[in-house]
Design a protein around this ligand. Sequence first.
Ligand code: PCA
Length: 211
Amino acid sequence: MTTVLLTGFEPFGGDQTNPSGAAVHLVAAQWSGPEVLITAVLPVTFEGAADRMRALIAEHEPDAVIASGLAGGRSAVGVERVAVNLIDARIPDNDGVQPIDSPSVESAPPAHFSSLPVKAIAGAIRDAGIPAEVSFSAGTFVCNHVFFVTMQTVAAHVRAGFIHVPCSSEHSPRPDAASLPLADIARALEIAVRTTLSVGEDVRVPGGSIH
Ligand code: PCA
């Protein structure tokens, strides 16, 4: 039986909600199988989130892992391509911890690439009428850390990666900020899971950026 692990995050930085965590609950409620979908909402702490992700992978031995988090200010769903082995926290995490210029994992490579079909996922989300793009930086906060730890932890055959989502229109901290309806964010994550399960090799279309 194929098992997929899909995670989101709790609120952070003073926000009351986090659309990634809320969307993951929606995807779980709507999931029709036949694959087993395991969902979890991770704490926004460097130590707690990484420990939880490692424990979830050890317990469920998923065939695919898609972690998601909020990128406030972005207007499109960002299918992340690169996890860097660097923490440089601009704000404290929910434990009050703010590491500066430390590796995510000691003695690990400088970066890992996503093993998801990132271009196929971005294209499939756009085909559903939801803005999406391949992104080349997941930042240097807890999301990138979880992305890096995930890629460092999973077995070579496991498809894994990270998706950043915009604010949800229903809970946007600023009415003028870029946002998407929560239902669209959930649909985007579900499409990412379905595309990961159905697409082998990623599509060979331009997905890069000049800067
Ligand atoms: N976004 C933050 C951490 C948790 C989340 O949802 C980030 O992009 O690092």
